[in-house]
Design a protein around this ligand. Structure first.
Ligand SMILES: Cc1cc2nc3c(=O)[nH]c(=O)nc-3n(C[C@H](O)[C@H](O)[C@H](O)COP(=O)(O)O)c2cc1C
Length: 825
């Protein structure tokens, strides 16, 4: 709730005040090196050739000025550095104050008029935009308001980005420039934003002292500085704090002797000066006030103040370093604002940060527009598929429970055939559903698969538990059920049957007879389509198990990974897409290998050659020969190649397995082979950079490797790999890559279990159990868990350890939240 309010506040302010902040930022950056730029532009005006002779004293300069320019000199700035011109402000005749910015430069050695400096007017205009958008009080209110907005943006931004535990600061400040599109905008906006945040806060909090008197007074009061009675500092710039406590002297006859007063100043300034600004008396009786910088001042606003009376004596002398700390800080607000307080580095940092302001504005806008577009698209989609609100009856709910994605894909295809006939439908994973949702929908079609040993898919475990409740709350609910399974398992369609029993026990009524479908059972699917047609679905196009076709890939590389191993050979294979093959997949997806006819023929020949031929064995490969084989993809699309990790299986009589044998030794480099890439949403990784625990054994490393390659590319470094095989010496597949990840920090932690490297067998589940406290901490920090590898032995044992460490319910919850996902076989 708080997050969403702050998020709205952040973008609302961002898209409004952001525009002004961009202007203020850029103008501020332009002024960062104003002095240096003007000096370069104005050789011969702001500087003259340095001479050996001493420069004129202020009284001689004022005399020279009065001879050449009509009016009363009001301010004079002299600098100790040889060749630096004197700078003066003159009150024109008949006026009461010096014209804003109308500085005149004089040759310090002979008082010759050098004129006005080029570019000063431009910088004055930039400064006016920076301070009040060159728009008087209205502009000042706007820039002041946007300074407050900048503070709010910084604070809300920080809150929204505050790392969840455990704090991984290095990661938090790291920029991942390899990202693309919206993710890159987000990264630039949030990570760079975090870097410049202290500078923005500093600029805003000091800048506000010029915007609001109440704010300035509050800061002054906090710092213990007496609140100035009069607003406005001398127009000569710098010395912002000098305005404080200027006594108003009444004219009292005696005129100041500038020569004597200057001598008194020179004697009083303990180290001399680098720059002195003289406020010249307007009337007889008024003293001379000098603000001066020491030869090596801590910053350009560390001004000391001296007042010299008409009697030629020092009346008051305030040294900057003698001021209380609070005063010094307050009087240094300009230096803080420009970053100069921290030296040249501070100035450059502030300039860069100010220049970056448009980047935040632009990325912020792009992110905002992107969100709007997404929302609109979602609305359009909602219109296309009317939901509860505008339909007389609630839409039909299609609920799926899937491990490998088949049930999910069939649920969507069923929905499409109903929608095509105008039947409103909603599709949802059962993970998010409870009895009230089923009751609200009234009619529910379930498409569920079975996993484990007659169990629900991982993400449906919590739902299955909710359904097992005893009460009859589902009276009035009508259901249809498509149950997917595989007849080679002992508990065919086990979960579908459990679900149906629960539905009936709780009072739900079937819409039609349940359809049980074995692998790729076309006839069962036709029955399901028939059942859908009773609800109004179109019958024209036949419902298919899959819509994608196998495509051609060329075997480009193959490596035997485990020579010398006691186990079967493991091969790393790389395939390149043939022209026309749409090579698109995500980490976690599956490549279905379609065994070529020549592989079957080759095996038949081999079998015939073995004269005796075991009849039972002989028929088995022939029967299963045509069924495609699934392999977890071990690479990411950016790799350009499809990588697989294939174990060369053997029949009990020692002959190589049909598919894996062909991949391992049968096919030659350059051969074309058919694969259908199948989305496996149930094994996709988290979108964000949450921690990831990857557990697997043997060729299960394939699926984990794809995820790790993806995470490495994204710069998501909180990864923990637990991998097991037989012997480290032979079976540590992709060892160099895994150790490389560990060295580069792509793996925060690596646990290896080589079962046969010691007396006592050690497996991944043992490693996991040893690290149970860490496992809990990672899960607490939002970690997701991916398990890839053998469904017998490894997966159930790992599951048991996870349940033991986290609790069975918590594990089911994690699965429902898509944070516990498995690709096991
Ligand atoms: C590890 C594993 C265990 C399975 N266990 C069963 C089972 O006990 N009973 C069954 O009928 N099917 C079982 N199956 C087969 C699946 O239910 C079937 O392949 C289904 O089409 C998968 O659908 P899905 O991709 O939506 O998860 C199992 C599949 C796997 C990978």
């Amino acid at each position: 709730m708080i997050r969403s309010i702050l998020f709205t506040l952040h973008w609302l302010i961002g898209i409004t005040a952001g525009t002004v902040l961009m202007v203020v930022g850029v103008t501020g950056a332009l002024m960062s090196f104003e002095d240096e730029i003007l000096l370069q532009l104005n050789r011969g005006v702001m500087t003259v050739e340095a001479r050996a002779e001493p420069a004129l004293a202020p009284d001689a300069l004022v005399a020279a000025l009065t001879r050449q320019v009509p009016g009363r000199p009001a301010f004079l700035m002299v600098q100790a550095e040889p060749g630096r011109a004197a700078r003066a402000f003159v009150v024109p005749p008949g006026e009461t104050s010096a014209r804003r910015g109308g500085a005149i430069y004089l040759d310090p050695y002979d008082g010759t008029l050098l004129g006005a400096a080029r570019g000063e007017a431009t910088f004055r205009f930039i400064r006016e935009i920076h301070r009040w958008l060159a728009w008087g009080d209205i502009g000042r209110a706007i820039t002041g308001g946007s300074a407050i907005c900048l503070v709010i943006l910084a604070a809300t931004g920080l809150y929204l980005r505050w790392p969840r535990r455990p704090l991984d600061w290095r990661n938090w400040f790291a920029m991942r420039l390899a990202l693309r599109g919206r993710a890159l905008f987000w990264e630039l906006h949030s990570v760079l934003g975090t870097w410049v945040l202290p500078l923005y806060l500093l600029a805003a909090l000091t800048g506000l002292t010029w915007s609001y008197n109440w704010y300035r007074d509050a800061v002054w009061a906090l710092a213990g500085v007496p609140i100035p009675q009069r607003a406005g500092a001398p127009p000569a710039g710098g010395g912002g704090g000098a305005a404080g406590g200027v006594p108003r002297a009444r004219p009292q006859g005696q005129a100041l002797d500038l020569g004597a007063a200057w001598t008194a100043f020179v004697e009083a300034a303990p180290h001399g000066y680098s720059r002195a600004i003289l406020r010249l008396p307007a009337q007889p009786g008024q003293p001379l006030r000098v603000s001066y910088l020491d030869p090596h001042p801590p910053n350009s606003v560390a001004m000391n103040q001296i007042t010299i009376g008409t009697d030629g004596r020092v009346a008051e002398h305030t040294r900057f370093e003698a001021l209380p700390a609070g005063h010094r800080l307050v009087f240094s607000r300009l230096a803080l604002h420009t970053g100069e307080y921290f030296g040249l580095g501070g100035r450059i940092a502030m300039m860069v940060a100010s220049l970056l302001m448009p980047l935040f504005g632009v990325t912020g806008w792009l992110l905002y527009l992107g969100r709007r577009r997404q929302k609109r698209a979602a609305k359009a989609l909602a219109k296309q598929f009317p939901v509860l609100a505008d339909a007389t009856a609630p839409p039909l709910l299609i609920a799926f429970a899937t491990q490998g994605g088949t049930a999910q894909a069939l649920a969507w295809r069923s929905a499409a055939s109903l929608r095509a006939a105008g039947v409103p439908v909603q599709v949802s994973s059962v993970a998010t559903l409870g009895a009230p949702d089923l009751v609200a929908a009234g009619r529910v079609l379930f498409v569920v698969s079975t996993f484990g040993e007659g169990e629900p898919p991982d993400a449906a475990r919590a739902f299955a538990r909710r359904m097992a409740a005893e009460d009859r709350a589902l009276e009035g609910v009508e259901y249809g059920l498509l149950s997917l399974g595989d007849r080679s398992y002992a508990h065919f369609c086990g979960f579908g049957r459990t679900l149906e029993a629960a539905l009936q026990r709780r009072g739900a009524k079937p819409l039609f007879g349940t359809v049980e479908a074995g692998r790729e059972d076309a006839e069962a699917l036709a029955r399901w389509q028939e059942a859908l047609s009773t609800l109004g679905a179109a019958r024209e196009a036949a419902l298919a198990w899959t819509e994608a076709r196998p495509e051609a890939w060329r075997l480009a590389a193959r490596r035997h990974l485990n020579p010398g191993s006691v186990g079967w050979p493991v091969y790393h294979l790389e395939f390149e897409p043939e022209p026309g093959t749409s090579a698109q997949w995500e980490a976690g997806d599956i490549a279905e290998f379609h065994v070529p006819a020549e592989a079957v023929a080759a095996q038949d020949q081999a079998r015939e050659a073995e004269a005796e031929g075991d009849a039972e064995l002989a028929t088995r490969p022939a029967v299963t020969g045509l069924a495609p084989r699934d392999y977890s993809i071990a690479s990411v699309q950016e790799d350009g190649r499809l990588h697989l990790l294939v174990r060369g299986m053997r029949y009990p009589d020692g002959r190589p397995g049909l598919a894996s044998g062909w991949l391992g030794t049968g096919a030659a480099i350059g051969d074309r082979l058919d694969f259908r890439l199948r989305g496996n949403p149930g094994f996709h990784g988290p979108e964000d950079d949450r921690p990831l625990i990857l557990i697997g054994n043997g060729t299960g490393l394939a699926g984990l490797r794809a995820h790790l390659r993806r995470r490495a590319k994204l710069g998501h470094r909180r990864n923990w790999l637990i991998f097991g095989e037989r012997n480290a010496a032979h079976d540590f597949h992709h060892r160099a890559e895994v150790e490389g990840w560990r060295a580069q920090g792509v793996l925060l932690r690596l646990d290896l279990a080589f079962s046969r490297d010691q007396e006592q067998r050690v497996y991944v589940q043992d490693r996991l159990r040893e690290a149970a406290p860490l496992l809990r901490a990672w899960v607490e920090a939002g970690a997701a868990i991916l398990v890839c590898g053998s469904a017998e032995g490894m997966a159930p044992a790992v599951h048991a350890v996870l349940a033991e460490a986290l609790g069975e319910d918590r594990l089911d919850e994690l699965a429902a939240e898509e944070r516990y996902r498995r690709d096991i076989y």
